[in-house]
Design a protein. Sequence first.
Length: 438
Amino acid sequence: MEINSNYKKKEETIKRNYLVVSKWGESLDIAYSILLEGNAVKMYIEDKPSKEIGYGFIKKVQDWRKHVEWADLIIFDYTGYGKICEELRASGKLVFGGCEYSDQLELDRNFGQEELRKHKIKVLPFKEFCNFEEAISYVKAKPDAYVIKPCGEIQDLKQLLFVGSDDEGLDVIRVLKAYEKSWGNNFGNFQLQRKVKGVEVSVSAFFNGKEFIHPINITFEHKKLFPKELGVSTGEMGSSMFWVKDSPIFDATLKKFETTLAKNHFIGHIDLNCIVNGNGIYPLEFTPRFGYPQIFIQRAGINEPIGNMLYKIANGQKFMINVKKGFQVGVFIVVPPFPYEDKKSFNLFSKDSVVIFKKDLKEGIHPMHLKKINDEWLITGNTGIALLVTGTGITMKDAQKMMYNRVHTIIVNNSYYRTDIGDRWFNESDKLMSWGLI
């Protein structure tokens, strides 16, 4: 049934109560945006060193469970809350978040790969290990280029992921020996996955409990600390993206999970990172939650209030997300000790540093690990992620220009950021087109 424009306008003016339950405080920008849209918002942060994030921006609570009845929508921003989400839904609450099945997809890499196989999706050869000695023997017996992928909660330490480049696996053996010395038996399980050459691209979509919501999002991540993909893996330094009505990558991968996600009552956002080349599409890993900074860059390309959009998804509504044409890009501005955790360095160089704006306009500036005192934005937390700056445009160059123009209006002492976010598109779009993937 077509919803008339008057109803749409009325729906978007409804003010609601939103409770945001955050693992690390990463979703401050989403919570703050929902507040600025005229809603009431309360935020809880689980991680103790991150609890100061958001003070002055948003109303903080010490125990989120005491505010469940108050909330019209509860948003969980990370993996690991799946069982809680299911219990809340069973009690009649609207929840945007995961489920036990989606938690397992991300946290248990072996399970994720087996689920891909079960859904008749081609995967790269991999093997899971619980100790370094066996892994080193395996590489020696089957020399090849491999990727070391930690499993479970330790995979949050993104700098531990190692992509080998030596065809004999000698670099992987050296790293495994170094991890054995530094971590011993505390590393947990990890995978060795055969490396394949191609273009790394992720496909993602929102899911309303029954089906995927269109359009589909295509994202190109920039994971290394320095331009031209040099340095340590950080998880993310920035991303470029665009929205599409249809995607061959989506049809070959995530689309096949629609029935399974519905069966497990998943309501949220799910991303599947892939390597693609002329021989096919090879899924690497699931992110069945908000991606960071993906969600903030997505928001820059969405033309409707994010709070209302998340409410409609959690409520099981079917609709088309109103998005901008063209491209969206975003870059993290970070400070020491990022990408490492070192409390002494953080306190010495970064804690309570002021974010200075040369212009009053803050459009496209997304607060990350910040607090607000006397209307000043101050860095807090402990990891050194200060801001995410976004830009949009009909062309990638237009989006990059807008983003970096905004970066140049900000002063953060000791800060650093990548200067090439979006450049991957110019090198890889021709390949994707020739393979018939975009």
